[in-house]
Design a protein around this ligand. Structure first.
Ligand code: G3I
Length: 314
């Protein structure tokens, strides 16, 4: 896929090693990789004093061998935490030490191999207030700046992102995020970019919304990663029949979004990452327990109209 910026994909390590079609598409069609799950605390840091690098190093070696950029997802999130963190007892400085050790051990381990990290994921509510996550409860709102400081100390060269959803469709949330991050930056804290997850759908997402989101974020001098792009064609969970017209709508929306993304200055184009390869293994199917076809490849790993539209638009 020729493009002036990276076109990435979220990789499921089990699919990569069990499905040769999945692997060949990952190698041939994408030049950036985001681990869908195995860089999360539940998998990397399963016990207080034990980090399990097995799968993460295997994926890292795959990226090196196949010349793929590796994007780290995610250092601090309130989901997919190991039991020992959920049960951890201590005061706020004990919790600060916990996240410092977690972040710095991981960032150091991947130094020179990971290009950018989602340092903090999904810390804001839809109304723009800070989500009352375990991290905020135990450390206070300062956990976010601490996370960015710790990551920067461990690897001064790695790019540091804040990642969240609905930033393309919810100006309140987006403006709160930008304002919060600008405040940290004004105090000398390094924040390089914002990941807009882009879990969108053909019924409600407007390309014009995306355009203003890209404008407001790049105007604030943040690199932009469309970090988890998928386009649901069945957001209402109806009993649908996959049709050419549905997939054409999906393709056209993707084309408009890519055209908008191409308009932002190149220095802000961190890339576009699709949250999976085939409809068959999209998180959406299990999470919402519904029929859906959100990705570039169908259940048989054949390219859909969205894939063709992407290629012609890039
Ligand atoms: O690891 C276990 C495995 O041992 C077990 O056999 C299997 C069956 O129960 O479950 C496996 O864990 C699943 C995990 O994915 C790995 O496959 C969890 O149940 C499942 O909940 C988890 O879902 C992931 C989800 O994050 C968790 O919230 C999705 O794959 C992943 O695509 C999704 O990704 C998130 C981003 O990280 C952040 N933004 C939102 C996005 C969608 O939720």
């Amino acid at each position: 896929m020729h493009s002036d910026f990276p076109i990435g994909v979220a990789i499921d390590i089990n699919e990569l090693y069990s499905n040769s079609l999945y692997k060949s598409i990952a190698i041939k069609q994408f030049n950036s990789v985001t681990p869908e799950n195995i860089f999360k605390a539940e998998y990397l840091h399963p016990e207080p004093a034990f980090f399990d690098w097995t799968d993460a190093d295997s994926l890292t070696n795959f990226c090196i061998a196949n010349n793929k950029r590796l994007h780290g997802h995610t250092l601090i999130w309130h989901q997919q935490l190991p039991q020992w963190i959920l049960n951890f007892q201590g005061n706020s400085s004990d919790w600060e030490q916990l996240i410092k050790t977690h972040i710095q051990t991981i960032v150091l381990h991947f130094k020179g191999k990971v290009t950018g990290w989602d340092v903090v994921n999904e810390a804001f509510n839809e109304d723009g207030t800070l989500r009352n996550t375990i991290w905020r409860q135990k450390i206070g709102a300062g956990y976010i700046e601490k996370a960015f400081i710790y990551a920067h100390e461990a690897d001064p060269n790695v790019l540091l992102f804040y990642n969240d959803y609905n930033l393309e469709s919810n100006p309140n949330k987006r403006n709160s995020v930008i304002g919060f991050l600008n405040n940290l930056r004004n105090r000398g804290i390094k924040i390089d970019g914002i990941g807009i997850q882009m879990h969108i759908n053909i019924l409600s997402t407007e390309a014009t919304q995306v355009a203003s989101a890209l404008q407001s974020i790049s105007n604030n001098d943040y690199q932009i990663h469309l970090s988890e792009l998928d386009i649901s064609v069945n957001p209402l969970g109806k009993d649908i029949t996959p049709s050419q017209s549905l997939f054409t709508k999906q393709a056209n929306l993707l084309g408009e979004i890519v055209l908008q993304y191409k308009q932002i200055p190149a220095r802000y184009q961190y890339g576009i990452t699709f949250w999976g390869i085939s409809d068959k293994t999209s998180w959406i199917i299990d999470y919402f327990n519904r029929e859906d076809y959100p990705l570039l490849y169908d259940d048989n790993y054949l390219p859909k109209p969205a894939y063709c539209k992407l290629k012609e638009t890039l």
